[in-house]
Design a binder for this molecule. Structure first.
Ligand code: SF4
Length: 464
């Protein structure tokens, strides 16, 4: 019995897919990459753009015959489209067995158990549905060196263009103990790098009881006064994760600029495993647009935050997200975005044309920037971004970088620097010996060539 998961969208969805995987395996299903040989198909959906939603409709339509031919097969739709228009999906595709929204992921094991076929099978380890969390420790895929670990879900920022707060609900942080034990388990299975994941990791909040509290109150854990526990913020969580033996690197996404406290920047500087890379979405460079986007910071706030970060961590690599063509964006506003990009010198940027999402605040505004203007602005922005990335990467030629190798692409090994730059190295054998498998190793690499999106290097064997 096999399952197939098709995931669309962001890293959060990728991490959620890991959780769905665990629960399906708990019913004895094995993974397959061939949809045709699966008895369970789960489509993990994204609603951030209409295009992503359309892909889901197309796939669901194409699965009608698969389901008709094998009525006992199970078709599940999960994620953000399921949350946003679950009822519509059930009506339009009545052969779907289970529609479970992103907000309801904690109820997935219970919902699975209620499907008659799986109900008969029963889970391998029975699952108690608790009000807190149904998170199963994510198992890394075979030979996986890096992985995501969800530390919180949901968002309460309500940026006016964004559907996430509506489909993922309020912020909910996972308990520190649960996160630490999941990472330890991943490390035992060969993972070297984790990316702590949340819509807004900087606002992570959890409580932790001291070991003596737990001893004193053994058996009464649930009744402990919440106030007697110490509050843990994101910087504290980084400190705890940094202590995990065998873990080599820590990254995190996504950081909202308004919540990036100074103590997080100092934690990044002081904790040896936390990498010198920060993804800090700016979205736009003009105050008028930032305000309409409800981003809760100004251009000046952002620039002074960047200045502070660069002062504290001079080697930091900064990446960002930018939307062009937001309602009301004039040529002058866009020029402010280009100017900000020049000033910050982002190492790379994810850039998008604005498209309205039904139900968001911005959808009520007139989508008044013509498509061809959006395209032209996006092109100019990408050209500038590429020029800056190339310029910054060129400066790395001749330097030695610490690279964690993640993949063997046969012709080349692929890894990343601490600053999250992709590095390719040709397989070579030290001193004429057998070719070394670099996957999972951290090695010093001398950078010999640089492009906008990748670096090429040679292993520095003098470092061995
Ligand atoms: S911070 Fe803004 S853009 Fe990010 S998930 Fe929350 S609402 Fe969306």
């Amino acid at each position: 019995m096999k399952y197939y998961i098709q995931t669309y969208g962001c890293q959060m969805n990728v991490a959620d897919a890991g959780e769905y995987r665990q629960h399906l395996q708990n019913y004895g299903f094995l993974p397959t990459e061939n949809l045709k040989e699966a008895q369970v198909v789960l489509i993990n959906t994204c609603t951030v753009r209409q295009h992503a939603e359309d892909k889901v409709f197309t796939l669901l339509g194409s699965l009608k015959r698969w389901k008709e031919k094998n009525p006992e097969n199970i078709l599940i739709v999960a994620g953000c489209v399921a949350q946003r228009i679950g009822e519509h999906l059930k009506r339009r595709f009545p052969y779907v067995d289970l529609v479970i929204g992103a907000k309801d992921i904690d109820y997935f094991p219970k919902a699975l158990g209620q499907l008659s076929r799986l109900g008969q099978l029963g889970p391998v380890s029975p699952f108690e549905l608790t009000s807190k969390s149904n998170h199963l420790a994510t198992q890394p895929l075979k030979h996986q060196i890096t992985t995501f670990v969800t530390i919180m879900r949901g968002c309460e920022n309500f940026c006016s263009y964004c559907i996430v707060p509506y489909v993922r609900g309020k912020e909910k942080s996972r308990p520190v103990e649960e996160i630490i034990s999941e990472i330890k388990c991943l490390v035992e299975q060969g993972v070297k790098e984790v990316t702590l994941l949340g819509q807004n990791v900087n606002s992570y909040r959890s409580r932790r009881f001291s070991p003596s509290d737990l001893e004193t109150h053994e058996g009464l854990k649930g009744q402990l006064q919440w106030a007697s526990a110490s509050e843990m913020n994101f910087a504290n969580l980084l400190e705890e994760v940094n202590k995990i033996q065998g873990l080599e690197r820590i990254r995190f996404v996504t950081s909202h600029p308004k919540d990036l406290a100074e103590k997080i920047i100092y934690a990044m500087r002081d904790l040896d495993k936390v990498c010198e890379h920060l993804h800090l979405p700016v979205q736009a460079g003009a105050n008028k647009i930032l305000e309409k986007m409800n981003r809760k910071y100004s251009r000046e706030d952002y620039l002074s935050l960047v200045e502070k970060i660069k002062k504290i961590i001079p080697e930091i690599a900064l990446t960002t997200d930018i939307i062009v063509g937001f309602p009301g964006e004039t040529e002058e506003d866009f020029a402010q975005t280009l100017d900000l990009v020049e000033k910050v010198e982002f190492d790379s940027a994810y850039t998008f044309k604005y498209s309205p999402r039904p139900g968001t605040g911005a959808a009520k505004l007139e989508n008044d920037v013509p498509q061809e203007v959006k395209e032209e602005r996006l092109k100019r922005l990408n050209e500038l971004g590429k020029k800056i990335s190339e310029r910054k990467n060129q400066k790395l030629v001749g330097t030695k970088q610490e690279v964690l190798f993640e993949k063997d692409n046969k012709q080349k090994f692929e890894g990343r620097t601490r600053t999250n730059k992709i590095v390719f190295v040709s397989p070579v054998s030290p001193a004429g010996g057998e070719e070394e498998n670099l996957v999972g190793k951290i090695v010093k690499v001398e950078i010999t060539q640089a492009y906008a999106h990748s670096l090429i290097g040679i292993i520095d064997y003098s470092d061995y």
